[in-house]
Design a protein around this ligand. Structure first.
Ligand code: F0G
Length: 479
């Protein structure tokens, strides 16, 4: 990957763009020190074996206090800064015209260049409001890859959620720098053949379902050109937009000396709007928004926002939550932060790979994905290897990841058969600014120990299987 050093380890060089004047020996260090701490508890192996049995071998059933390192998600799990906590105190709780709403609106306009902002309680709520406004029965919504809730909201409108990531996105080991890119030829074809049924095109940055893989600026620009030619608006699913911008800076020719705010402005210049989950790159524990360029669409969307979320200047949030999002939105653009953030995830990936653990490469922005089929080659897909591996990681080290495979994919509604996805994975998502390198070393050691005893690991089968969203509440038994 030309010019990419984000996978480099301790002793690696700084990218040199941070102005520290001492490139050559700084690793990707924390650009913060710790002011408040939260106790976490180590459990014994015997306790964990009992706890996971009681939870029906499903990690969603565990209490968080029984988890030592929680890598279930990077969503809503960030540590806020002192500046954000201070913002909570000055949040304006007015029903209408809250000062904190204007703080959020100004932060969005400043960072993304989108002037019309509707706060929502989280990302999927933004999807609900926007899609209720734009998407009808029989429509098609193309995306590089839909996140689960995005797909569910499109399908809830009786429309088709069409994934158009290129074949590169499905290869677990190809070293492609922008695996999140949409297949432009496929998009052009869809718009030529069925353009009248396409109310909007989405690009998910970074592409979560594809492993947190970035979309290149060239692909954003070309997608925008195609959409404009066909008169279809382009929206970003912007949950991890800042991580995406950092990858553009590090990997895309011509962007190495541009600032992150500048790259972000260019990314959004190609879009007509976005849906945002503030629980990721606003560095908050709750919140989201829709941001738009078109005042008419803003008016139409606010009607649904009032119905589903609340008055358009609070949108299901407390004023203090909007204040924290506004501050997080500016903090997340700090290049030292993004270097540390992506560097920490890359560090975890590199240490796992060095320990012989099969992972999906290259490592994305927010998580490392273990390849369960290569990790447990003795188990067929019907033995739910991703779920089995996630359970063993918990037993070994108190580490909680999440299966992204057959359990999550569910059954085909027409045939009733399991939908076997292309990859069986365990996602280890790293919360922002929460864990230290020593925590990650526990994760690596746990994975190494599970690997060493993999021949003795049995597969799983469903003991209780709920009809929808089975991964949350299913119970399993060992084969
Ligand atoms: N879009 C993307 C790309 C996401 O990753 C998520 C959430 C959402 C939308 C929905 O946002 O949770 O605020 O309603 N992803 C979380 C995850 C849940 O664990 O990957 P939300």
């Amino acid at each position: 990957m030309a010019g990419d050093r984000s996978g480099a380890g301790p002793g690696a060089t700084s990218p040199g763009g941070t102005g520290d004047g001492e490139p050559g020996w700084w690793p990707e260090v924390e650009p913060f020190r710790i002011k408040a701490v939260e106790r976490i508890r180590r459990t014994t192996r015997a306790e964990r074996e009992r706890l996971i049995e009681e939870a029906g071998l499903n990690l969603f059933g565990l209490r968080s206090e029984d988890v030592y390192i929680d890598l279930l998600t990077d969503s809503g799990t960030s540590a806020m800064s002192d500046n954000q906590w201070a913002g909570l105190m000055v949040g304006d709780e007015a029903y209408a015209g809250s000062r904190s709403f204007y703080a959020l609106r100004d932060a969005v306009e400043e960072t993304m260049g989108l002037p019309y902002v509707i706060p929502t309680h989280q990302g999927r709520a933004a999807e609900n409001v926007l899609f209720t406004t734009l998407v009808r029965e029989g429509h098609i919504v193309p995306n590089n890859m839909h996140f689960d809730t995005t797909r569910a909201h499109v399908e809830h409108r009786k429309a088709e959620a069409l994934d158009l990531a290129g074949p590169w996105a499905y290869d677990p080991v190809s070293e492609v720098p922008f695996k999140g890119d949409i297949d432009l030829e496929a998009l052009e074809r869809v718009l030529c053949e069925r353009g009248a049924s396409v109310p909007l095109v989405l690009l998910t940055v970074t592409c979560n379902s594809g492993g947190g893989q970035p979309v290149s600026m060239a692909n954003l620009r070309a997608t925008s050109d195609i959409c404009r030619r066909h008169g279809v608006p382009l929206f970003l699913d912007a949950a991890r937009f800042a991580e995406n911008a950092y990858f553009i800076k590090r990997r895309e020719p011509g962007y190495g000396s541009r600032t992150i705010p500048d790259i972000v402005r260019e990314m959004f210049a190609y879009a007509d709007g976005c849906t945002m989950s503030g629980k990721k790159d606003c560095l908050t524990n709750i919140g989201g928004f829709i941001a738009l360029r078109d005042p008419d669409l803003y008016q139409r969307a606010t009607v649904w926002a009032v119905l589903f979320e609340g008055f358009p200047t609070y949108g299901g949030l407390a004023g203090r939550d909007m204040e924290a999002m506004a501050r997080g939105l500016r903090e997340v653009l700090d290049e030292d932060y993004l270097e540390y953030r992506t560097g920490q995830v890359a560090y975890l990936g590199r240490c796992l790979a060095e320990a012989g653990v099969p992972i999906i490469e290259p490592v994305g922005g927010h998580a490392v994905y273990l390849d369960a089929l290569r990790f447990l080659p003795g188990l067929g897909r019907e033995a739910l290897p991703g779920q089995a591996l996630a359970v063993e990681l918990y037993i070994e080290g108190g580490v909680r990841g999440v299966e992204i495979g057959t359990v999550l994919a569910g059954r085909d509604p027409t045939t009733g058969l399991d939908r076997y996805p292309r990859l069986e994975m365990v996602r280890l998502a790293v919360p922002r600014r929460v864990y230290t390198r020593q925590h990650l070393e526990v994760v690596v050691e746990a994975a190494r120990r599970v690997l060493a005893r993999r021949d003795g690991i049995r597969g799983l089968a469903f003991a209780e299987e709920p009809p929808v969203l089975r991964h949350f509440t299913a119970r399993f038994r060992r084969l």
